[in-house]
Ligand binder design. Structure first.
Ligand code: SAH
Length: 299
């Protein structure tokens, strides 16, 4: 191509819509530190999707998010004596729930210092500090020995990590042969799979949560293959989780009413939700949703 041709191509590229990329781990850590108070208040401890049976299910956010934790715990299938890694541990509620229900030992990691400090308090308050611990670490480069965990889970954290395949490679490395990983993730669905503009809008929305663009469920077979994991199952739970955003929106409104203000990141999310007719939104085909993915390391 001529120099002029290259210049024209470069100009056209600059004028086009730029791709949105996932944030770096330290940005994510700062985001969770900066919004710690409000996020833990609105999510009531579990920072992930809620699971409702349908529109008439009036379970509150805490109950519904605990149901999703329990679904993941059930899939993990671990018992006392197992050592489990929680990738992106938040304030430690899921890790403590896992230890309470199964007796397994849990190590949680997060890039947020506030998360880790608070998670330690959560474990101590539950009387489980001897088997549940937390540390600041990046899922992209885990500070653990090869084959040192029986199982790994990631609840609502994959979307914040820069590269799913790299994270799963790390998961495969620290898992013992035969060990299982269970995770939840946000995926594009329906019209967003065909329509680039829709997908772009959803990536912009994810960026306000300091997350990268939602993935496509089918890509999990590639991520797992590249990582050396065997994909066992992938269940789309969107019809159960789709009520989550309206609950977050209500939580943000309540928080603002009570505290008179919201941190900038959260004010932006609240602004995006204004004007949405939630009943209508829940009755439409969802262009973004959630999946539970189960995979294991071959023997
Ligand atoms: N699993 C928790 C928290 C989900 S919120 C729960 O369900 O309650 C997302 C979490 O992932 C936050 O704790 C965030 O700090 C963590 N996280 C994001 N990127 C990470 C990374 N690269 N490595 C480790 N943790 C990360």
């Amino acid at each position: 191509m001529s120099t002029q041709g290259l210049r024209d191509t470069a100009r056209a590229f600059n004028e086009s819509v730029q791709p949105i990329v996932a944030p770096m781990a330290d940005e994510v850590g700062e985001y969770f530190d900066r919004n710690h108070e409000v996020l833990t208040a609105i999510y009531r401890g579990n920072m992930h999707f809620g699971y409702w049976t349908g529109p008439d299910d009036d379970a509150g956010f805490e109950e519904a998010t605990t149901r999703l934790t329990d679904l993941v715990i059930d899939e993990l299938g671990v018992g006392a004596g197992a050592r489990v890694l929680d990738l992106g541990c938040g304030i430690g509620r899921p890790a403590v729930r896992l230890a309470e229900r199964t007796g397994a030992e849990v190590v949680g990691v997060s890039v947020s210092r506030k998360d880790v400090a608070r998670a330690g308090e959560t474990a101590a308050a539950a009387g489980l500090a001897d088997i549940v611990s937390f540390q600041v670490a990046d899922a992209m480069a885990l500070p653990f020995e090869d084959e040192s965990f029986d199982a790994v889970f990631a609840l609502g954290s994959m979307g914040h990590m820069p590269d799913r395949a790299v994270v799963l490679k790390e998961v495969a490395r620290v898992l013992r042969p035969g060990g299982r990983v269970v995770l939840t993730d946000e995926v594009l669905r329906g019209a967003a799979l065909e329509d680039e503009e829709q997908a772009y809008i959803l990536a912009v929305v994810a960026a306000t949560w300091c997350a990268g663009p939602p993935t496509v469920a089918e890509r999990y077979s590639d991520y797992c293959r590249v990582a050396g994991l065997e994909l066992d199952d992938m269940v789309d739970i969107t019809e159960h989780t789709k009520y989550t955003f309206s609950k977050i929106f209500e939580g943000l409104q309540e928080y603002r009413a009570e505290h008179g203000d919201l941190p900038e990141d959260m004010a932006e999310i609240l602004e995006m939700g204004e004007g949405i007719d939630w009943d209508e939104h829940h009755s439409e085909e969802q262009t973004e949703g959630a999946v539970i993915v189960t995979a294991h390391r071959g023997k």
